[in-house]
Design a protein around this ligand. Structure first.
Ligand code: CU
Length: 203
């Protein structure tokens, strides 16, 4: 009887440990440069082994506008498989293209208040340009995780309900000095370890 009680107690400790490890936690990540200054508009993604593989959706619009001869927002995060709209809010015509591996495409000239769409089937970074306006640069980061967001002016992202346990944080920024502008960190996520500060080098 005593032995059974011990076994049960052991089982309880074990399961509570497992539950704790897998319990979803809010995670905050800050991205800074070599001088410790916050990096804005970096894309932070958390790949977690404990994440469910359901349909991913984000609260922002799946749209990359052209406004004032710029792409707005300059960086857009979308889930793999998304269709993105490219509304032209300018008086001038634009012709959006990408030579990037995950999505090579070209949208013929289209004018004011018109829109076009493009699908993104592969994860990765899609650099956008315009055939008419050389200075226009935009980026679509196609991700495979629901835990993705852009850093704010203080370099922070806040991601909710990230499963505890082993995970990988990917940081991407167009000026990040690393292959493909990407940096990866293996981390362990738990209620006690849910704040991560990552220093990157920018060009
Ligand atoms: Cu243009």
């Amino acid at each position: 009887m005593k032995r059974l009680a011990f076994a049960l107690a052991g089982l309880l400790v074990l399961t509570s440990g497992l539950l704790q490890a897998a319990a979803p936690v809010p995670v905050r990540v800050q991205i800074v440069d070599e001088r410790g200054m916050p990096v804005r508009d970096a894309v932070v993604e958390i790949l977690s082994s404990g994440a469910s593989t359901g349909r991913i959706s984000f609260p922002w619009r799946m749209a990359m506008a052209q406004k004032g001869e710029q792409f707005v927002p300059g960086t857009l995060i979308v889930a793999r498989g998304s269709t993105v709209a490219f509304p032209n809010l300018d008086r001038v015509r634009h012709s959006v293209y990408s030579f990037s591996k995950p999505a090579k495409f070209e949208i013929e000239l289209y004018g004011r208040d018109q829109t076009r769409t493009q699908g993104f089937a592969k994860a990765g970074t899609v650099a956008l340009g315009c055939n008419i306006h050389d200075q226009m640069r935009g980026y679509i980061r196609v991700v495979d995780t629901p835990f993705a967001s852009k850093t704010d002016a203080n370099g922070y992202v806040a991601l909710d309900n990230v499963p505890g346990g082993a995970a990988q944080i990917t940081v991407w920024h167009p000026r990040l000095r690393a292959p493909a502008g990407e940096l990866r960190r293996d981390v362990s996520i738990s209620g006690a370890n849910n704040r991560h500060k990552i220093a990157v080098r920018l060009r």
